[in-house]
Design a protein around this ligand. Structure first.
Ligand SMILES: Nc1ncnc2c1ncn2[C@@H]1O[C@H](COP(=O)(O)OP(=O)(O)O)[C@@H](O)[C@H]1O
Ligand SMILES: [Mg+2]
Length: 242
């Protein structure tokens, strides 16, 4: 199976010598979901920001489809969609207009209104919402719109930072189901979450982070009979320092 996302000894130290990320390595192949669990400040967002080239690594690198995100950021960005309700959606645009804008931005100029309609229906946005401005959307609807944009871009990798935080249980469930369909279509998905139970259901690999270290990395299938919450708390209590 092809590796799409790879962290190689990924390290981030800030000027005050604070180590936000301490040499972590992992791979995410096609059709896999790698989920990062960990408390606040563990280094999850730092990891994601390094893949997106929002910050530069101190050591190591983040590769997307084999391309280094900080050495060749424009090329690397072609292969990844970042789903964030805050960063990329235009509030004064409707869902259609948002999709159309991003489709053109990534060079997909031949898509029709019908294509947009189908994608929006696929992510569970009802017809009557398609022509409403995003500022009238709930958080769950915005997240769905974000996924619709990722589907339109059709990049092999999808990255999400706490995508279900702030969603009600039903919206969170629907969103996780959507990620499952992307996984099954072969996308490589990297996400962070605090939702241990859902993480276990849909992930291929679970990573537990603590103070910048990836303290556990296991296939979800190995954790089938385990109480992941208990395991998580044990790792958190482990005072792990490398
Ligand atoms: N600009 C910055 N300068 C210094 N330290 C930072 C900066 N940004 C993040 N950090 C530190 O990096 C660590 C990891 O943060 P983060 O990746 O946001 O954690 P998480 O997403 O797991 O909650 C934290 O200790 C945080 O304080
Ligand atoms: Mg974070």
């Amino acid at each position: 199976m092809k590796t799409i996302l790879e962290a190689v000894n990924l390290t981030k130290r800030y000027e005050d010598n604070q180590t936000a990320l301490n040499g972590i390595s992992f791979r995410v192949n096609e059709g896999e979901i790698f989920t990062m669990l960990g408390g606040n400040g563990a280094g999850k967002t730092t990891t994601i920001n390094l893949f997106l080239n929002l910050i530069e690594p101190t050591e190591g690198e983040a590769l997307i489809n084999g391309v280094s995100s900080h050495k060749d950021p424009l090329e690397a960005k072609k292969y990844v969609s970042y789903v964030s309700e805050n960063v990329m959606l235009y509030n004064n645009f409707t869902a259609y207009q948002n999709l159309d804008y991003f489709a053109r931005l990534c060079g997909r100029t031949s898509l029709t209104k019908d294509d947009y309609r189908n994608v929006l229906l696929r992510v569970g946005l009802q017809e009557e919402a398609h022509n409403k401005k995003l500022k009238t959307y709930s958080k769950g609807m915005r997240q769905k719109c974000g996924i619709a944009i990722a589907i339109i871009k059709n990049a092999p990798a999808v990255i999400l930072d706490e995508p279900t935080s702030g969603l009600d249980p039903k919206a969170g469930f629907e969103f996780i189901k959507l990620l499952e369909t992307l996984r099954d279509e072969g996308k490589a998905i990297l996400m962070s979450t605090h939702d241990i139970f859902r993480a276990k259901e849909i992930s291929t690999t679970i990573g537990i982070m603590n103070r910048g270290n990836l303290v556990m990395q296991k296939p979800a299938s190995d954790l089938a009979g385990e109480d992941l919450e208990k395991l998580y708390l044990e790792y958190m209590a482990g005072e792990y320092v490398s």
